[in-house]
Design a protein around this ligand. Structure first.
Ligand code: SAM
Length: 202
């Protein structure tokens, strides 16, 4: 059987299925750890729900996603918030994209979709984008996740054990490192989830 791969993910279908969804709590916790609204990067912004939340609170947002279908959704939400002038959209792959400096770097459930061979480079650029005192708010996926399974997993994704996550955060002031495991639905059917939520200061 051919293993699924992130390269064939139906992200446009994922956005449609999530239409009207709640904002991810990670952006709320990340923004709460910042001093004041400045410039935020929303990496793997998807449908733009978190970008819109930030725009509504006075942030300038640089929203990046590899899926071009995300951008009309992000722009529509920014226009609805009358904040289109504070939004930049970029279609690019986190595996190679150059990132501008920012006060908040948000990546909700997107960095795990960077392939293992490109992850370290992407992570270095994410960290380098943090201004002094800037806040990193990201999800990483753990090695117990169903998608990490050698037999049944998804190709092209990156997973970390807790010790590896701690190593990735070396030198940052960690405000939150929450590790959660649960069984639940996904866009690819029921699965075991293993996720880290990170909020950290440069
Ligand atoms: C699970 S969705 C999360 C979207 C949004 N952040 C959210 O919380 O709903 C993953 C997003 O990452 C994007 N993505 C996947 N691989 C990527 C890559 N290599 N570079 C940039 N974006 C990527 C997908 O297009 C998708 O929008």
């Amino acid at each position: 059987m051919t293993r699924p791969t992130t390269a064939r993910s139906n992200w446009a279908g994922y956005y449609a299925a999530g239409e009207g969804r709640d904002v991810r709590d990670l952006v709320v916790r990340g923004a709460a750890a910042t001093a004041a609204p400045g410039r935020a990067l929303d990496l793997g912004c998807g449908d733009g729900t978190e970008t819109a939340w930030l725009l509504e609170r006075g942030w300038r947002v640089w929203a990046l996603d590899v899926t071009p279908e995300a951008m009309p959704l992000v722009r529509a939400k920014a226009e609805a918030a009358r904040a289109g002038d504070r939004l930049d959209t970029v279609v690019a792959d986190l595996a190679t994209a150059a990132l501008p400096a920012a006060d908040l770097v948000l990546a909700c459930a997107s960095l795990p979709f960077v392939e293992p061979g490109a992850f370290d480079g992407a992570w270095s650029r994410v960290r380098a984008a943090l201004r002094p005192g800037g806040v990193l708010a990201v999800n990483l996926f753990g090695t117990n996740d169903s998608w990490a399974d050698a037999e049944t997993g998804v190709d092209g994704m990156t997973f970390q054990a807790r010790a590896e996550v701690e190593e990735l955060l070396a030198g940052l002031h960690v405000v939150e490192l929450t590790e959660t495991e649960w069984d639940g639905p996904s866009g690819r059917g029921p699965k075991h989830w293993h996720r880290f939520d990170v909020v950290a200061h440069a």
